[in-house]
Design a protein around this ligand. Sequence first.
Ligand SMILES: O=C(O)CCC(=O)C(=O)O
Length: 234
Amino acid sequence: MKNQFYKNSFAEYALLILLAIRIFVMKGRTKKMEQLALFAEAGQSKGLPVELLDYRPGLFSAGESDDLLETFINTTPWKQPIQKLWDKEYLTPRLTAWFGDLGTDYSSPGNVADPMPWTPELLMIREKVEPLAGIRFNSVLFNYYRDGNDSVAWHSDRERVLGKNPIIASVSLGQVRSFDIRKKTDHKEHYSVKLEHGSFLLMKAGLQENWEHRIAKSTRPMKARVNLTFRVVI
Ligand SMILES: O=C(O)CCC(=O)C(=O)O
């Protein structure tokens, strides 16, 4: 009887230890995945901070979005700037282009660009996003992610030319990719929005100051995606 009692408690004890080891290993795996694309594979985060982000799918119909994506991919004079990090030069892992009013020269590390003139498609999109943002934009940055290897690393858009607390309106075309944000002072606070074909995302004032964002690389097969971010250069 006594032996049976010891046998039972030993089995329970061993089970508990095994469970603790399993939780520990799972936590480690999750951390590793986070470095690549934890959020990219995840679904829409619950409770997105509405004071920072306004996400609206379907700003453009599927047909309109297909046409715009094809036009932009085929007619934009894409560039792949060289960036410098810790004295090493490397190719930006995506293609870019810059359009806007005369004089809205946009400088970012490793990239000084004169704006190309507005096209009819861009003027049409601007007309649609300005009422949602409540401001007038004078420029737009294009990012072209050719596949899952293309990405933009954690950053915030805090260039001096954008002024303090910029409001940025983003339109996404093509492959759904996850837009991740994390609080600068506490990386454990993070959210993810899946940016769908033809969707609109408003990055409100305050986001750039306190939060970083990224489009992570993905190991899943990914098609092309073009993102437009409308900005005010001052
Ligand atoms: O591609 C996107 O959705 C994000 C682009 C981005 O991070 C930026 O323009 O600052």
